[in-house]
Write a protein that binds this ligand. Structure first.
Ligand SMILES: Cc1cc2nc3c(=O)[nH]c(=O)nc-3n(C[C@H](O)[C@H](O)[C@H](O)COP(=O)(O)OP(=O)(O)OC[C@H]3O[C@@H](n4cnc5c(N)ncnc54)[C@H](O)[C@@H]3O)c2cc1C
Length: 484
């Protein structure tokens, strides 16, 4: 592989996937990033937390998030390219996830607005009453700069892992409307025109079974603000997406689907983002590898470029293989999601297989991204920790990838659950054979799964990480050996 492929996300996509249907558009997007986006992105990162103007001069709440104009141009470039509308125009998620890959190579935080907008559009399309869908969906699918943005707000101050215990937002029925009251503690893409929000209909069951998914517009029917932004968070990275605390005070909302099945829609939303997290992790990993390569080719130590020193060369070769494995796992996840994203409960076996692969991929690719970013920093030596060069930022951007959309523990325990309840590990083995894997090469994978599941319940959970990591890594490495 040459350095040119590693330095270009579109070239790497093409190298791994073959001809891309929207290759020219992806190339245009990448050229825009090289020409203008990189500078805008660095500026926004250096500026830190954007500014929240809460009141106008007459004391009325306005809650405007003030980014420089370059931010809006950067953001809208991806929407115009099709980060959301392509999913519906092409009836396929492949294009939007490819746009996510190119975006993440340059600015992983910016992928967040795109995926949460897509993850708003999908349940709106699938579960809203037709009048609500017709009223709101077209705004999210606009191809010009008037496009609306979405957001996905589940987490509250008590914690995100245990949503069943910690979502205190209540949905009340009043004069034919749903009114939500509560607070969302981590609300990315704050200021969005629409959000999908987890809330508990009054009198509903306790735990996750009592949660439902609602569509929350930015403005009430009378035009006033429907939610308030209490503050924006000061973060180590992902400064290209504003993350705020949001207050809901009898905020008008629309129920999406059957309240009794709300937890399924909430998990569908999370799964769209988990796949994006995988794609974003690999995009960031490619960038880190590319930056390390560029530096190592020019940095001279002991009489030759450091990339030609055997110890470092070996590390580059190993990282290149890891990138390939991470890409294959993340892309397999996109492929499976693309087969099942329109399903509703009760789900097919393919959906359960997708869930397992999504957990494996979210877990492992995020770990790879953090490791790759940290290693790229080390390759740069002291230059790596200087804020003026890109690798310092890559490590800051990578740190959130294992945390949001569910921490490693969540991925492991949810992955275990789908293996226990749906035998998803067997579905995975069958799928790998269907994809061209030799049954005998899958024996180690099978052994890991069966040994893990045979443990006593307490040990199964306590020792889960090493088994899950082995399963993820072996699945990824197996995928690298299969035909495209
Ligand atoms: C920058 C940023 C943006 C975000 N944006 C959004 C957003 O837009 N919408 C949204 O809904 N959320 C958002 N989040 C929240 C994110 O999804 C949560 O941070 C995440 O799900 C973890 O929840 P928590 O932080 O409350 O940690 P907790 O749930 O309190 O967990 C703390 C620790 O305990 C561990 N733990 C919990 N249960 C177990 C267990 N059974 N076994 C072992 N370990 C366990 C966790 O893995 C974690 O390590 C955002 C977070 C960040 C940092």
């Amino acid at each position: 592989m040459d350095a040119g492929i590693i330095s270009s996300p579109t070239s790497y996509l093409k190298h791994r996937l073959g001809p891309l249907p929207a290759e020219r558009q992806l190339g245009d997007l990448e050229a825009w990033w090289q020409r203008s986006g990189k500078v805008s992105s660095a500026t926004i990162d250096r500026q830190g937390t954007p500014w929240l103007r809460m009141f106008d001069r007459f004391g009325a709440r306005v809650d405007e998030i003030l980014y420089p104009p370059e931010y809006w141009e950067m953001l809208r470039t991806g929407y115009r390219a099709g980060a959301v509308w392509r999913a519906f125009a092409e009836e396929s998620l492949l294009g939007p996830y490819q746009i996510g890959y190119v975006t993440s190579f340059f600015d992983p935080g910016l992928y967040c607005p795109y995926i949460v907008s897509l993850a708003t559009a999908v349940p709106l399309f699938k579960y809203a009453e037709s009048s609500v869908r017709e009223q709101f969906l077209p705004f999210l699918l606009r191809r010009d700069d008037s496009v609306w943005q979405g957001a996905t707000w589940m987490t509250e101050a008590g914690g995100g892992s245990d949503l069943g215990a910690n979502v205190e937002t209540v949905a009340r029925r009043s004069e034919g409307k749903w009114l939500l009251t509560g607070e969302k503690y981590f609300a990315s893409n704050a200021g969005a025109d629409l959000a999908v929000v987890a809330a508990r209909p009054e009198g509903g069951a306790s735990g996750v079974r009592g949660l439902a998914l609602f569509l929350l517009p930015r403005r009430k029917v009378d035009g006033s603000l429907n939610y308030l932004i209490r503050r924006l968070k000061d973060k180590t990275g992902t400064r290209s997406v504003p993350t705020g605390e949001v207050e809901l005070h009898a905020s008008e909302a629309y129920l999406l689907g059957d309240a009794a099945k709300g937890i399924y829609s909430i998990l569908e939303v999370l799964n769209l983002s988990r796949v994006a997290n995988s794609i974003g992790s690999v995009g960031l990993s490619q960038r880190a590898l590319s930056e390390a390569w560029t530096f190592a080719e020019k940095r001279i130590a002991f009489g030759k470029p450091i990339i030609d020193q055997p110890l470092l060369r070996r590390q580059f070769d190993a990282r290149m293989e890891t990138l390939k494995a991470a890409f294959c796992l993340a892309w397999e996840c996109v492929t499976l999601l693309n087969q099942v994203w329109r399903e509703t409960p009760p789900y097919s076996e393919r959906y359960h297989l997708f869930r397992l692969v999504a957990h494996l991929s979210k877990y492992w690719t995020a770990e790879v991204a953090v490791d790759m970013a940290e290693w790229a920093m080390k390759v740069h030596g002291g230059m790596g920790v200087l804020a003026e060069y890109p690798v310092e930022r890559l490590l800051r951007e990578a740190m959130v990838l294992p945390i949001w959309e569910g921490t490693p523990h969540r991925q492991i325990l949810d992955g275990l659950e789908v293996m226990m309840r749906k035998k998803a590990h067997r579905l995975l083995l069958d799928y790998l054979v269907e994809r061209g894997g030799e049954p005998e090469t899958l024996t180690p994978l099978q052994a890991v799964a069966e040994t893990w599941l045979a443990l006593e319940p307490e040990a199964r959970e306590a020792e889960g990480e090493s088994y899950f990591r082995a399963l993820a890594e072996q699945t990824a490495r197996t995928l690298t050996l299969l035909p495209r």
